[in-house]
Structures are given as structure tokens and as C-alpha cells.
Ligand binder design. Sequence first.
Ligand SMILES: [Fe+2]
Length: 385
Amino acid sequence: MSGFVFTTTRQLISEPGSVSQLGELCLQLGMQTPVIITDPGIVKVGLLEQAERALKSSNLPVLAYADVQADPPESVVLAAVQYAIDQGADGIIGYGGGSAMDTAKLVALLACSGEQLSDIYGVDQVRGQRLPLIQVPTTAGTGSEVTPIAIVTTGASTKMGVVSGRLQPDVALLDAELTLGLPAGVTASTGVDAMVHAIEAYTSRHKKNPYSDMLAHQALRLLSTNIRQAVAEPGDLSARQNMLLGAMMAGQAFANAPVAAVHALAYPLGGQFHISHGLSNSLVLPEVMRFNISQTTELYAELAPSIMGNNVPFGSDTELASALIEYIAAMIAELGLPTRLRDVDIPESALNGLAEDAMGQQRLLINNPRDVEFEDALAIYKAAY
Ligand SMILES: [Fe+2]
């Protein structure tokens, strides 16, 4: 067995209602002036109130930058950094989906180290230290609370990543009460994104290791047994907590064994057509799995029981791997998500441009178990059309 390194967020708290501990956690990390990074949707649905109450009960000020947009552009990140500096922040709380948490990571760093955002894109370019950082996800999907990655939109449709162990948060706090109001479509698509994280980590060409494998299996068990219930019964607290836990475990897996072609082909859908990250992944997942199967038969067969549970058939690895792909495709449809690119108003004439953009995602494509060339990407988009 080859050696490996596994890193994750230092403290994980998973309990309904645990957001009430937020003030205490801030104090434990030495924060006197924490700044919350969140988005307008969170404020609108009243979710910020729980955090406010928790901070007030610990006699901490309530300071929030609440203008994070989905797929945050550089200007939003820089405005949030300036807000934190102006408030004299000595700690940061990411509160929301992946966009809010990714922004929070960069604010915690840039408001402390004085580095320029443009200098830290890529892997291990960060030199300075960051402020203490607590992450509170309000969707069960991104796993950003346990990853050392922040994604920023840099141009009209291009995205860049900052990857550094310095971005790894201090605390991940999972409180399913914050996710009870999520619409079914968001629950479904973010849940599928989390499943993709686990599947891609398990089949990653690089850095796959016994810890990431264990987490991928357990994440998929939790996610696949709870996703239908969380979508059908949004108020099921137990299903919601299991989804958060599964998404976090999938995040831990892919933070250490990176994602690949599903994400590489999903990003252009978000960049060019503003399709949400979760749905973008869901739309290309079955076809990328079909493309990869020649290299991943055994691995897919190993994952089949964790995803299919009692529905797993008896048979050869090839039969199990094929059954798994069909099961996932059927599950996506059952969850009420669009299943084809044409369903989300993408014109067929756009597929070439999407494939060109996907080839720009070499950071991800190098992790794919099978090499992906332009013609392959185009064929996958066509098959998903
Ligand atoms: Fe993702």
C-alpha cells in the first residue's frame, strides 16, 4: 500500500440545534469580534436569527456581511474582506452554502495575511496565516466546511480555485434545523453533488487512500438512504441531519482524494448557463460514469452495495457496475431533477463550446480514472443531451 496524508477540519459537531453553541465556540477560539459571511437568501428566510441569538447570548456583537452571491466573483470576495477589516474582525463564521463558506475561507485569510487574492490562486500559493474560522453549512452538499478549497468566479464564466491547507476550517458545525426549509430541488441537487464527491473520491486517480475510501462508503450509505426522504419529507430532521453528515464525510473524502471529470464537465454548465453546481453535476454524472466504467468496473462494483443497499443484484463486477449506473440515473429522475441538458434549455449548438471549456479544467481532469480528450468530453455532452 502506498503512503498517504489525510487532513480534515479539527472539530466536527453534528447535532440538531447545535447552532446555539456558536457563541461559545467563538469564545473558545478567542474571537471577540466575529464576522458572519452569508448571503441575502439566508437573511430573507430568517436563518440568520439563530446565529444572532447564539452570539448575543455569549455577549458577542452581531456583524454580518450578507451580500455573497452564488458562484462569488472576485469583487464580492474583496468587498467581504474589506467589511471584515473595517469591523476589526478577529474571527470568521461562514454561514450558508458553498459560496458563503468558500468566501468565508478567503475572508479569514485575506483579512489577516494582507495577501492579494490574485497571488494565491492555484495549489499551495498561500503564505500567510488566517483568522479562526467556523463553518456552518445550510445545505447538505458542498462539504466546504471540511475542504481546503475556495472557488472564485474570475471572468464572465471562468472559475479559479485557491487550494491550501491554510484554508482548512477550525470547526464544522452541522445543524439540520438550518436545512429544514430547503426547497426539494435544492435538497435533491445538492445531495447528488455530495454523492458525486464520494464517487469521484473513491475512483480518483490520485491520493485515494483507506480513509477517503471509508468515508466515501459511509457518505454514500447515509446520502443514498436519506436523500429520497429528505426530498419527500422536508421536515424530517433525522433525514436532514444524516444528509449533512453524509455530505460532510463526502467532503472529507474529496478533500483528500480529489474530484474529476464529473466536476470538470459540470463547471462549464454553471459558467455558461448559470445552472447550479449540484444540478450541473447531476446532469453529467450518469454519462461520465458510463464513460469511466472501463477503468472503474471493480470500484463501481465495490460502491454498489453502499449506494443500492438491498437493491444490489447478484452478479459479476461488470453487472454490478452497470446496475449501479442505471440505479443512479433512475434515482436522479425519481428525485424530480431534470435529467438531460435539453431539459435545462441548453441549445445543442453549445455543446462544442462546453467541451472546449471542460478541457480547461485540467486541475480536475488529471484525477479522472480514464483520460478525457476533447472528443470524449463532446461525446459525453452529446450523450447527456
Ligand atoms: Fe461539487
